[in-house]
Design a protein around this ligand. Sequence first.
Ligand SMILES: [Zn+2]
Ligand SMILES: [Zn+2]
Length: 361
Amino acid sequence: MKTDSKAKGTWWHRMVIRVFTLVLAVLVFWVLGFFVDDIRSIPGPDYAAIEKIHLDSALVAQSETLAKHIAELTRQIDNQTEQQRIVGDSSRNLQQTINQLLELQKLGLQKSVAFSDTEQANFTTSLNLFLDNQRKYQQLSQTVSDRLERKQGLVREQEQTEQQIEAQRRPAREEYTTLRQRHRLKLAFLQLAILLPILALAAVVIIKQRASIYFPLFLAFGVATLIKSALVAHKYFPSKYFKYILIGGLLLAVTRLLVHFIRMIAFPKTEWLIKQYREAYERFLCPVCDYPIRTGPRRFLFWTRRTVNKAVVPSPQGEQNEAYTCPACGTHLFEECPACHTIRHAMLPHCTHCGAQKDIQ
Ligand SMILES: [Zn+2]
Ligand SMILES: [Zn+2]
């Protein structure tokens, strides 16, 4: 067995490595984000263009003309209503004047004072003006009502045209939805086409280079790619599919971990074995079957893993100076060192006397 004591570095070094691993992961995530954003900026279907294909251009033009006519009529109606209001105001004023003149005339008749020529002329002018105004008012009313009628006719016509256009717009909208869906799928496919190979590469490198000193580097790369891929998948695939992808991934990961730990116990690695043997020797127990190693001053004692420290040893533990085999399972626990011919631990890598190394399986 080879001495596999990997240098761990100081606390500070390990901390720096962790921080830079994180920074590297963020940077990789960022770079992947640039790729993904560039793909996302590919323009999708244009609704206006699709609508143009589906709509009858004559109908659209007609609708526009109608709208223009309606607006023009509305403007004219507003103008004439305004004019009508002014004429009405002026009529009311004239009516008041005429009433006053009539009042004066009545007073004059009572006092037998005749209406002067000027007054008579004033009265006639006012009256003519008033009648004129009234006529104008009537005319304006007539035009306004004519135009209102025309406007209503146009509005009805426009509504019908709009209904026809709307009917043509429905397939346009459907086509747009289909095209947009297709475009989204294309974007998702392109993004994953970049991300998934990188992810696969990262996974292979992480598994292959588990023991490499550059492992944190690969890990940062892999984790950043994994998160980005998951985000893209989540964005483009409905959550009902994503749910299965996620749970599938988790199942795989947890199964892999379980298998790893089960295998670790069933086929322990040498360093774990040595740790286990070392602890057993420290408690004077057989590393294989836990039977006490009764030798030297401990020959007549009894102890277990739990009571080993309470057992009172009559005299200090002397050095083991003869080979020893576990009486319970037959494992050699102390044997002669082939290098210095003293007695050494049979299941630990080094001889306590000369340091000679042996392989432990
Ligand atoms: Zn044993
Ligand atoms: Zn030795």
